[in-house]
Design a protein around this ligand. Structure first.
Ligand SMILES: NC(=O)c1ccc[n+]([C@@H]2O[C@H](COP(=O)([O-])OP(=O)(O)OC[C@H]3O[C@@H](n4cnc5c(N)ncnc54)[C@H](O)[C@@H]3O)[C@@H](O)[C@H]2O)c1
Length: 377
């Protein structure tokens, strides 16, 4: 039996990514038993025309495409309208934003759809090539530095000119996970002096290997699975007291501190912002989870006593071509696990499949979502 893999146009406003790029479509189409279908215009904002998808059937209407799909691939969470058009018993793979809009999961359950959330792929070695959170966070870290440089009224590098010497900008990266490390590398490439801070002491070496100075606050907050744990109130105060002088010295701060499933840790208080020089910039990548800075507003640039605080969301979409390329590769690797030999194999014994599967067989398998839905009814 042929498996129809379908990629709709993304419906999120201003989204520039597409779930599959032509190169990956070609690789999938070469496999026995798979047919590829792309909605007309799906790749346009990522830089691909319909005719670039030589190995796929281009379908003009979203309803025709979705109702044909055995496997539907998206970047952004499928909407209720999209879910309603999918076939009963089909497979949906994409970001699913598991902590909001719970009605979607009831609908997926009712339609017996096997829904995989790319955010829930575990960060284990075997899953690295499928880890979309990491591929996209790395892009966000890179772009955050460029966004900061765009609104900063200064150069990043030291410049010696006939009119005098310009001192290099000082950049502080808060949170040295995937996004933070790429932000460090990018700020260094632009010639800034970079400091970075994280509550996991294990990242000190990585920070230093990228040419940045590690700010040591002597709080060790390793949690489980290589992630940080939340700080106590006392530790937060200690952190803020020591970090304040580094914040005050920075021309640019890129903050990326996060703990999975928890609101963003609040690290930069209003008082700390008021200690910064006028013209300084904070780009808060953690805005969507509440922000690392007290003054962050989602997708706005707040001007507070001369300091600009920007909380952009959907940053990977701003680098739509490469973000799509990496995301497509993540999906390809995931599909190799899910469709090993021309048939869909939902192996519940597989750690990666099990962790990312939210609904399957008419049930909600994700314990947290199930609890929330049952608690609300
Ligand atoms: N705005 C966007 O478009 C966009 C895109 C991608 C990722 N993000 C966000 O960027 C953030 C980072 O993503 P990531 O994939 O790099 O996560 P990550 O888990 O790899 O890194 C987060 C880091 O924050 C550190 N941290 C936790 N609490 C801290 C604290 N109190 N002080 C200092 N460091 C602390 C952790 O130790 C970890 O190293 C997340 O909030 C994510 O949602 C935003």
């Amino acid at each position: 039996m042929t498996i129809q893999i379908c990629v709709p146009r993304e419906v999120r406003k201003s989204e520039q990514r597409v779930a599959l790029v032509p190169d990956i479509v070609k690789r999938l189409a070469a496999k026995e038993g798979l047919e590829l279908n792309i909605e007309s215009g799906a790749g346009e904002l990522a830089g691909y025309t319909d005719s670039d998808y030589e190995n796929a059937t281009i379908i003009a209407s979203d309803s025709e495409l979705l109702s044909k799909a055995d496997i539907c691939l998206t970047v952004n969470p499928a909407t209720i309208e999209q879910i309603d058009q999918l076939k009963d018993g089909s497979v949906l793979i994409g970001y699913l934003n598991p902590h909001s809009d719970l009605e979607r999961f009831t609908r997926l359950k009712q339609k017996n759809i096997s829904a995989f959330s790319m955010e829930l792929i575990p960060r284990i070695s075997r899953a690295q090539a499928m880890d979309a959170l990491s591929s996209q966070a790395s892009i966000a870290g890179y772009k955050a530095v460029l966004l900061a440089s765009n609104i900063l009224g200064k150069f990043f590098p030291m410049l010696t000119t006939a009119a005098g010497t310009i001192r290099p900008s000082k950049v502080l990266i808060i949170g040295a996970g995937v996004a933070g490390l790429q932000a460090i590398a990018t700020a260094r490439r632009l010639g800034a002096i970079v400091e970075a801070y994280d509550v996991r002491p294990a990242v000190k070496e990585q920070v230093e290997s990228l040419g940045a100075k590690f700010v040591d606050i002597e709080i060790k907050a390793d949690g489980s699975g290589g992630y940080a744990r939340e700080l106590t109130d006392e530790e937060t105060q200690q952190q803020q007291a020591i970090l304040a002088k580094h914040v005050a010295a920075a021309d640019v701060i890129v903050s990326t501190a996060a703990i999975p499933g928890r609101p963003s840790p609040l690290i930069i208080s209003t008082e700390m912002v008021e200690g910064m020089r006028g013209g300084s910039v904070i780009v808060d990548l953690a805005a969507e989870g509440g922000g690392n800075c007290e003054l962050t507003k989602i997708d706005e640039t707040v001007l507070h006593k001369g300091v600009k605080i920007y909380g952009p969301t959907n940053v990977p979409s701003m680098v739509g071509n490469h973000a799509s390329e990496l995301y497509s590769k993540n999906l390809l690797n995931f599909l190799e696990l899910l469709v090993p030999q021309s048939s869909i194999n939902v192996d519940l014994e597989d750690e990666i499949i099990r962790a990312s599967l939210i609904t399957h067989g008419g049930e909600i398998l994700h314990a947290g979502i199930k609890e929330q839905i049952e608690g609300a009814s």
